[in-house]
Design a protein around this ligand. Structure first.
Ligand SMILES: [Zn+2]
Length: 267
């Protein structure tokens, strides 16, 4: 308590679970698992005190601390699961969990929504190469370049937003989303395979890498006029994208792509 005429006390760094008695309401917060990727090093894997600046929902507080809401699956306050609208009170103890796909949470209230089935993606424009890898594995992956349009696709259109922009994921319309950690496309692809348990749903070589439309098998005769002479001589199986007209065959890159998919999708 401040006494009249006394100097303000030095700021105390709360590093233990001491009873909170500051002048402003504050809550204890701890993030679990991969949500720590959003935390400053000194906050990773530990409980820390967060001062509230007025009435705050648990969702706003989690996002103020740097974690976009689509990354969160379960929120426990004082031992009870709550939804995003819960209004925090002085002294609350908040534990925030990511989606653990392999864990059965029974009847615990989850703020994360069940994934669209089949899972479909919308990618931020800077993730073009990742989109091609998703299409290679057969996943529906559109690329858009305007935040409002991407967010809408991640809400009403039922797509999972993939981006390296955390602020985009914090938009209210986004229902499903994931902040892509790596900057290397093959590693990014592996992140998604693990995060969304993609392996059993892969349908390799069924989608156009350029435009995302499904491919269909066509006879050699129907496309022969458009094939380079060596391809015409060496290959017999062809697929066509009816949306953009590209023709696919098992050319020189095929074996390399097969190896990449086998390695990435192994369970
Ligand atoms: Zn196409």
């Amino acid at each position: 308590m401040r006494l009249p005429g006394k100097k303000a006390p030095r700021r105390v760094r709360y590093c233990r679970e001491e009873p909170h008695s500051g002048p402003m309401p504050a809550v204890w917060v701890r993030f679990y698992g991969e949500l720590n990727d959003f935390m400053r090093p000194e906050r990773r894997g530990r409980r820390f005190l967060h001062t509230l600046r007025g009435p705050s929902s648990v969702k706003d507080t989690i996002e103020t601390l740097g974690v976009p809401h689509p990354e969160v699956d379960v929120i426990i306050v004082n031992g009870t699961a709550v939804d995003f609208g819960y209004l925090l009170r002085d002294g609350d103890r908040v534990a925030v969990y990511p989606a653990f796909r392999s864990v059965d949470l029974g009847g615990v209230l989850r703020v994360g929504e069940p994934l669209p089935d089949p899972v479909r993606f919308v990618l931020d424009i800077h993730l073009q190469k990742l989109a091609s890898l998703l299409r290679l594995a057969g996943f529906d992956a559109v690329v858009l370049d305007e935040d409002a349009v991407i967010a809408r696709a991640g809400g009403q259109d039922g797509r999972v937003v993939l981006t390296r922009d955390r602020e985009l994921l914090k938009r209210n319309e986004v229902r499903w989303g994931y902040w892509v950690r790596s900057t290397d496309p093959p590693r990014q692809f592996l992140e998604l395979v693990r995060r969304f348990a993609l392996a059993p749903h892969a349908r390799p070589f069924t989608r156009c890498l350029a435009c995302n439309a499904p491919l269909r098998p066509v006879t050699k005769e129907s496309v022969i006029d458009r094939l380079p002479p060596r391809t015409r001589a060496e290959f017999d199986d062809f697929h066509l994208c009816e949306a953009c007209g590209r023709i696919y065959w098992r050319g020189s890159h095929y074996q390399r792509l097969v190896r990449f998919l086998e390695k990435s999708l192994q369970r």
